[in-house]
Design a protein around this ligand. Structure first.
Ligand SMILES: C[S@@+](CC[C@H](N)C(=O)[O-])C[C@H]1O[C@@H](n2cnc3c(N)ncnc32)[C@H](O)[C@@H]1O
Length: 265
C-alpha cells in the first residue's frame, strides 16, 4: 500500500535522520523514498509526526505531544521481562487458544508488534498484518534488531513471524482455503484504551499517524468468514464489544479484555 493510502489523510508525516553515521543518513533517505514521504530535519515541528532514523533504531516522534519517541523493542523493558517468563500463562496466549500444538495465527492489526511477537515466541506461527506503512516500517526495524540480538530470538522469530503491509480486510479476503489461519487476532485502535502509561504513550503517538480504526466492525465481519477455529478481539476492559455476534467466551484481565468468537461448522 503506498504511503498516500494511509489514514488519516490529514496527518503530515516526514522522515528525518537524527544520527551521526552515514548508515543512518542513507537509511533515512531510503525510507523516505520507499514510503514516498518528504525528508526533513530532526527539529521540524511543522509536521504531525517524524519517522526518525537514529544510529540505533527507527523511532516515531510526534512534535506536538509531550511524550518521547516510540519504537519497537522486543528484547528489553517490560517486553523483555515478560518474554523471559512463562509465556504460556499470558492471557493473550490463552485467548488465542494456544496449548503447544501447531497454531497458525493472523494478527490482523499488528501495530507495534508486541502481541504478534509474544505469540511467535510462545510457539505460534504468526502473520502480522499492518496497513499503515509508517507503523509497518517501525515494526520491521524492531524485528530486525530483535533478530540481531541473540540466536534464540532470531531462530524463533525468523521461522515463525512474517510481516505483511496491507489492509487486513483485503488480505484476509484474498486467502485461498489452504492459507486460512486457525486464529485471527484483532486489537483495533479503540478510543477507549488501557490506562497503562506505556500503552497510553505508544498509542497516543501511533494514533497521530493511524487515527482510530472506525472500520474494526467490518474487519471482524471478514475475520469471522476466514478463521478456521476462532477470532480473538482485544479491547480495554470496559470498552463495548465490536458490532456483530455475541462473543462465545470472554477472558478478563485488569486493564484488557479478550472477546473470543468460536467458529462452528
Ligand atoms: C492498537 S494497534 C495494535 C497494537 C498491537 N496489538 C501491538 O501489540 O502493538 C492497532 C493497529 O492496527 C492497525 N490496523 C487497524 N485496522 C487494520 C486493518 N484493517 N488492516 C491492517 N492493519 C490495521 C492500525 O493501523 C494500528 O497500527
Amino acid at each position: 500500500m503506498p504511503a498516500s493510502d494511509a489514514r488519516p489523510d490529514a496527518s503530515r508525516v516526514a522522515v528525518c535522520c537524527d544520527g551521526v553515521s552515514c548508515e543512518a543518513a542513507e537509511r533515512a533517505r531510503q525510507l523516505a523514498d520507499q514510503l514516498a514521504l518528504p525528508l526533513t530535519h530532526a527539529d521540524d515541528d511543522t509536521v504531525d509526526a517524524l519517522l526518525t532514523v537514529t544510529d540505533e533504531r527507527v523511532e516515531l516522534r510526534a512534535p506536538s505531544l509531550d511524550v518521547g519517541p516510540v519504537s519497537c523493542d522486543f528484547v528489553s523493558g517490560p517486553f523483555g521481562y515478560r518474554r523471559r517468563g512463562h509465556l504460556r500463562g499470558e492471557l493473550l496466549i490463552k485467548a488465542v487458544g494456544y496449548r503447544g500444538e501447531p497454531l497458525r495465527v493472523i494478527d490482523a492489526t499488528a501495530g507495534l508488534g508486541r502481541d504478534a511477537v509474544m505469540l511467535a515466541l510462545a510457539g505460534c506461527t504468526v502473520t502480522a498484518v499492518e496497513r499503515h506503512p509508517v507503523i509497518a516500517a517501525l515494526l520491521a526495524d524492531g524485528l530486525r534488531r530483535a533478530c540481531d540480538h541473540d540466536d534464540d530470538t532470531r531462530a524463533a522469530l525468523r521461522d515463525r513471524l512474517v510481516i505483511v503491509q496491507h489492509d487486513a480486510r483485503d488480505y484476509l479476503a484474498s486467502l485461498d482455503d489452504a492459507s486460512r489461519p486457525d486464529v485471527i487476532y484483532l486489537d483495533p485502535m479503540f478510543p477507549h484504551r488501557s490506562k497503562s502509561a506505556l500503552v497510553k504513550k505508544e498509542m497516543r503517538v501511533c494514533r497521530v499517524v493511524t487515527g482510530d480504526d472506525p472500520d474494526a466492525d467490518d474487519l471482524l465481519r471478514v475475520a469471522l468468514t476466514v478463521a478456521r477455529r476462532r477470532v480473538t478481539v482485544k479491547s480495554a476492559a470496559h470498552a463495548p464489544s465490536l458490532a456483530g455476534p455475541t462473543p462465545t467466551v470472554t477472558h478478563r484481565g485488569k486493564a484488557v479484555r479478550y472477546d473470543v468468537y468460536a467458529i462452528t461448522g
